[in-house]
Structures are given as C-alpha cells and as structure tokens.
Ligand binder design. Structure first.
Ligand code: FEO
Ligand code: CA
Ligand code: CA
Length: 742
C-alpha cells in the first residue's frame, strides 16, 4: 500500500532556492507519513517503544553482536581457512571481487528514498531541499538491522527484511552540485549549502533479500526510510546535557542541538540501535567576526579551541556566508560560525564547536524520537565505537578511536550490567547503559627486558590529580572533562597513537582490535615506541625520505581477566601493513601478493570471528586501489617480539603470530580513487555490504550491468553502497566448511 504523491519534477530540480518548494516538500512528506503511521507502520513502532525493559526476549544472554544463531550451523561456523581465490592488486576503474562472487550497486549519492521523488539525473540535479529524502554523499560506516515485519522492530535473526543504516561522511563538492567542477565555496549559494547540509549524516534504507536468490532490493515504500542530516534536531543526554558549554541561541538551556556531521565509522548496541560518530567536525566551522578575523577568548577556552583545531579566522565550509536566505531562517547558516557575536552563549553560536564531536545514538526503528548525543562517551574526532560482547550481568564497554595523528584510544564502561530483556529498548536502554559510567584513555607500555606488553586504562576524572591540577587547562567539572576529553587525556598521560581509526571486538574472546592507519610524523613529532614502532621510507620513493609509519598497523588488546571494567590489559600488534617486497623490518607480518595492503581503516568482526579489514590508502595506490581483506586471527600474545625499522635505528615490538594467506587474503578491490569503508552482513552470512567512498573516473556508471541504483545519463563518479553475494547463494567466505563439489 503506497500513497503516491506526485512530485513535480520542476520543483524537485529547482535549484533557485525557491521557498515554496521547501514548504510543499514538507507538507507532502508529512501527509504521506501521517497516512503511513495510521496505516500500521508507526502504530507498531509505538507499541515497540512501550515495551522498553520488558521485551519478549527471554534468553539468558544475547549473542555477542547482531547476528544470532543462523539456520545452517554447519556452514556458518567459523571458517577453517579462507579458500576463495584472492583478488589481484589492481588499479582498474572497476570494482573487482573474488571469483564465484557477484556484486550489485544498491544505491548511490542522490538516489531517492521516497517513491515520489524523481530519479537522480546528472543533467537536472535535484534541489538541495530534496536531499532531505535522498541518499547522502561519501558513504561510510554501516550496519544491517534485521526487521521483524510483524512486530516492526529489531530482530537479530532476520536476514530477508532489514534496515541498512549508513553514514555519509563528507562531500565531493565538485560532483555534488549542478555547476559541477566549477563549484567555488567563495560564492556558495543557499541551495548548495542546503544540499551539502543534507548530504551529511545518516541514511536508513529498508531492504529486502530474496531467500532463494539472495538478491537485494530497496523498499522505497517503507516508512522506515529516513535521512538524518546535519540539520536534524537531536538532544543531549548524559552529564553534558544542559551545561553552559553546549548552550546556544538555538537551545539556551543546552538540551538540544541540530545535526550530526562528518559521520565516519560506526557501531551498534546490543539493544538494537545504531551509533554514528562525528569525526573532523572542526573543518565545518568558521570563526569569523564579519571580515575582521576572529574573536578574543579567555586563555582556557583558547587552549580548548586550539586543541580541537579551530583557528581564529577559520572559514569552514563557508555555510555561514548565506546572510539573506530565502528558504531557511538565517541561523540555519549563521550557527556554523563559532564566534562570539552576542551578549552571552545563549544569544549566539560561540559554542557551536562543542555541539559536535560526539557519539550519536539513532534508533532506526523509531522515527518519532530525536537522535541522542551520548555525552558520557566524550568529545573528540570520533572514528568508530564498538560495544564489547554483551554478557548478561556484566557491564558493557564501548571502545573508540580519535582519528588524528598522535591521538588516543578510549573506552567507556557502563555502570549498569547488561540485561538481555533490554533488546528493543530504544533510547531508554541507551540512557540506561550510556549515561552513567567511566571514560578511560589507553596507555601502552612494553618491557623490552621481559617482553611483557601491558597497558593501563587511565580514568578521565577530576579524582585524577594530573587532570585536576593540569597546568594547561583548568577543568570546571565532569562535563568539562567530557567536552574537552582530548585535553583530559593529555593531562592523564595517554599514549599518542598512529591515527586510531576503527575498532573491532572478537566475538570468540572479547579481544579488541584498533586500526592505526598511518602517521607521517611518527619518528619526528611523535616519538617511536613499541606500540607505534615503525618509521621508514617508501621503497619506490627515490628521495628516500622518512615518512613515519607509511602503511599503518593493527593493534589489539585483551582486558585483564577478560573483564571490561579492568584498568589494565595485555596487547600486541596483530598486523603491519606493508608492500609485499618491503624490507623485513617493515614487512614484519610477512605479507605476500595475496594479502599485502596499506593504511588499514574500516574493520569489523562478523559473528563467526571472520575479521574484515578495509583500506583508505594514498601510499600504495601506484600499485593497487583500496581493498577489503578477510582474516582469521589468533589471539593476543600468540606471536613473538620483532625488530622494526625505526628511522636509522630499530624498535622492539610485540607482534602476533604471522598469518599465511589461508588466514589473510584479499576479498575485493575497489575502483580507482576510492576508499573502501563500511562493512556489515545479513545474519545468514549470505550478503555482505560495503561502501565505495569517493570513486574516481565514471564509476559506477561504467559497470552498468551491476547497477540496481537508478539515475539518468551520468558520467559523474558517485559514492555508493555495494552488496556482494555468492553466485551459488552460499555463505560468504564459508567455502572451507563445504563439501567440495564433484
Ligand atoms: Fe573518516 Fe578517519 O576516516
Ligand atoms: Ca610504494
Ligand atoms: Ca575512516
């Protein structure tokens, strides 16, 4: 049953900033949603929300993450080895996947998420406002949530109906707008700002999977299809809610804000909600007073602004430059200027910078409530957020990276132990597990004499004298520590890492993996240590210039006593990125042509314990585009101490057991120019989804036979979601468990 409201193509493609369009668009959307709600969709949602804390799930404990026991236990156990044929490194303008597998492009930036919107057309790019219901740009982190169609809520065992939730990190500005590559932010228009604001955030996309063919389709008629953008209203919960540091003219009491931005890695909760992250939020904000430069702040605030990289005079994306808007009110634009312009923080947007940098919880099954910024998890350039295994009666931990050179790894530990009856508890469950707890930062130590690799979790609290008495910044209270978590971590003495990106939790043993993508300053601005041990030059670089840790590595740790509340851990380096022909002190993991890679970034353990590893690389792209590999890891301390090349010297480092290419191999390679990021599967392991972010050339149009995505006459490259299935409908990466075909 659909209520097809005819959208006028002229309106949808109107790029003039016509105010009537916005009104018409929203009137039509609300009419449709109302009809949908009374037709059953959100009625069921209301019921689901009222079940908070008393769901009908009576299991003793829930599975470690979303997928639950599949139907074919023999074929969905942990694979013994990886036997698909590894994909060759290549620099094609094509997406290539292992033999025996096929892929489809599910949707791309600009595709409609409402049945009445016209298809995306390169020669008639839709208006900025219509991107409130179109797929955003630069797809990133992503999670599949099984949809129980009778209860209209989350079901971790369902594979054939679901909500695919994904981030849209940033923009390809030269490909997004009607004027294309002549885009210039100096003269950005209102329509362009609105398209840019709407192309950020999160898409919730209802999909169906044919249980016979495994074919995936998008259900455009689903009431769950939704966009959350950089303008969507959301609220703060946790210790920072109401604090002076987040008060603005929009929310003088500091309880609400608008939008989420630069959504990079992701996470999901055991109760069935999505976690999006706010990474390089500083890039969007101006700090301009008219054209005179910036403002003057007290020394404490200035230290905080510097630490979060907001320079006086910054221009951001120039969204604040729209002074006489026709569609939205002026503060839709002016709030992107984090400068003093009023008498107090309640009368201006000086605090805009503090409204971003959070973990945001989104309940994909609840389109009535506002998303929630979970302030207890701290504010920094959040890359990823992964929950520990959900064990009944034990607290939950959330592990997080701050992706910038020399930044830190954090964990938040809930005060409240996990109760499996909270599945489908929505934001109320979020309040229960994410409002109260302790925030820690990691410090890595290595004793070369004994070979012992230990680490400490340093609590970010005023009870730590190093934080309470920090000379560089005076913390007012706990909320201040959370808003300025980076500064508290500086004070505590955390270990500066090589850009912490994604985090993955091994479902078999709870060990935590963190990608450290690269760091050109390792060995110079950041001293070599055992956890970040390499500094070297690229074999192909004739200048022989030491560029730090060029290819990145993956570190992992195990909490003492396998207890997420532990304040110490053991660790090793799981894997070093390298070119296969690098010197041994660089290619410490012994990578071969079947599995060499550079700049690990996206990463996720599926519930069988297969680790999926993705790259966002600029160092090895003369040889290969970015890729995704599959791995079957061992455990912390299963290897030995190695000697890494560290500039003109060496550094000892504890490394995990080397994996041969039956335990680590390349599953796919993306088209030239792209980053491969975001990975999730249906719980039957028969469909795996990845995102292709900022491809080059004309991809995906040049692989037209793989398009499900619609769109007219295009040559512009488009970020897209890809779904991969086996041609024989089998379990992905599960070949080693099958009887060989005669
Ligand atoms: Fe958004 Fe660190 O990549
Ligand atoms: Ca090279
Ligand atoms: Ca990333």
């Amino acid at each position: 049953m659909t209520d097809q409201i005819a959208f006028n193509d002229d309106y949808d493609s109107n790029t003039s900033g016509n105010p009537e369009f916005h009104q018409l668009f929203n009137q039509q959307m609300s009419r449709r949603d109302l009809i949908k709600k009374t037709a059953g969709g959100a009625v069921a949602l209301t019921l689901a929300a009222s079940l908070t804390g008393c769901s009908d799930n009576d299991e003793e404990s829930t599975p470690p993450s979303i997928p639950a026991t599949p139907n074919e236990p023999d074929l969905t156990a942990t694979p013994k080895s990886l036997t698909f044929k590894p994909v060759d490194k290549n620099t094609l303008e094509q997406f290539t996947v292992a033999e025996g597998y096929d892929f489809k492009v599910l949707h791309a930036v600009g595709d409609p998420l409402h049945p009445s919107l016209p298809v995306w057309d390169e020669n008639n790019i839709p208006s900025g406002v219509s991107y409130e219901r179109r797929v955003g740009d630069n797809h990133d982190g992503m999670t599949f949530f099984g949809l129980n169609t009778s209860k209209q809520n989350f079901d971790a065992t369902v594979s054939d109906t679901g909500l695919l939730v994904m981030n849209h990190e940033y923009l390809q500005r030269d490909d997004l707008h009607p004027r294309g590559s002549i885009f210039d932010q100096d003269d950005i228009t209102e329509d362009e700002v609105i398209r840019e604001v709407n192309s950020h955030g999160v898409s919730i996309v209802a999909i169906n999977k044919n249980p016979e063919t495994q074919e995936i389709t998008v259900d455009l008629n689903s009431p769950f299809n939704r966009r959350i953008t950089a303008a969507t209203e959301m609220e703060y919960r946790g210790p920072v809610r109401g604090n002076t540091l987040v008060q603005t003219a929009f929310s003088p009491d500091g309880t609400k804000t608008r939008g989420t931005i630069n959504n990079c890695g992701n996470g999901y909760t055991p109760w069935g909600t999505y976690l999006t992250t706010e990474e390089n939020f500083n890039q969007y904000l101006a700090r301009q007073k008219d054209t005179e430069g910036g403002d003057v702040r007290d020394a404490n605030t200035e230290h905080a602004l510097k630490r979060y990289k907001v320079n006086n005079g910054a221009r951001g994306y120039n969204w604040q430059s729209i002074r006489n808007p026709q569609i939205f009110t002026p503060d839709y634009f002016s709030r992107w200027n984090t400068v003093i312009s009023g008498a107090s923080e309640q009368e201006d947007y000086r605090n805009s910078i503090n409204t971003f940098g959070w973990i945001v919880e989104i309940d994909p099954f609840d389109n009535r409530s506002m998303p929630v910024k979970r302030t207890a998890l701290g504010r920094f350039a959040h890359e990823d957020c992964r929950a520990s295994r959900a064990i009944a009666g034990k607290p939950l931990a959330f592990y997080m990276g701050d992706d910038s050179q020399g930044e830190y790894i954090y964990k938040f530990v809930s005060d409240t132990p996990w109760n499996p009856t909270d599945v489908n508890g929505g934001y109320a469950a979020g309040d229960k597990y994410m409002n109260n707890g302790k925030l820690y930062v990691a410090q890595f130590d290595f004793n070369e004499a004994t070979g012992e690799a230990k680490g400490q979790w340093l609590e970010l609290s005023l009870s730590n004298p190093k934080i309470a008495n920090y000379a560089e910044y005076k913390f007012a209270d706990r909320a201040d520590i959370l808003v300025n978590a980076r500064i508290a971590a500086d004070a505590a003495g955390a270990t500066k890492m090589d850009r912490p990106e994604w985090v993955a939790v091994n479902p078999h043993n709870g060990e935590v993996y963190v990608t450290l993508t690269n760091n050109s300053q390792r060995g110079s601005a950041h001293v070599i240590d055992a956890a970040n041990p390499r500094q070297y030059s690229d074999d192909d670089d004739t200048t022989n210039r030491l560029r730090g840790n060029i290819n990145g590595h993956v570190i992992r740790f195990r909490e003492t006593g396998d207890d997420v509340t532990a304040t110490s851990f053991t660790w090793d380096i799981f894997l070093f990125g390298a070119e296969a022909d690098s010197i041994p002190g660089v290619n410490l993991s012994g990578l071969t042509d079947a599995n060499d890679f550079s700049s690990p970034d996206g990463m996720w353990f599926d519930d069988r314990g297969v680790l999926w590893l993705q790259t966002d690389d600029g160092a090895y792209t003369d040889t290969t585009n970015c890729m995704m590999l599959a791995a079957l890891p061992g455990s912390v301390s299963d290897g030995s101490v190695q000697t890494a090349t560290a500039g003109t010297g060496t550094q000892k480092t504890p490394m995990g057991a080397k994996l041969d290419d039956s335990k680590l191999r390349r599953f796919l390679v993306g088209p030239a120019g792209c980053e491969i990021t975001g990975v999730t599967m249906t719980p039957d392991y028969k469909a795996i989804f990845v995102n292709v972010q900022h491809p080059g050339g004309t991809w995906p149009a040049n692989q037209a036979e793989h398009l499900i995505s619609t769109g007219r006459a295009y040559s512009r490259p488009r970020s897209a979601t890809v779904v991969i299935t086996r041609k024989d409908g089998g379990v992905i990466a599960g070949e080693s468990l099958e009887t060989p075909k005669a």
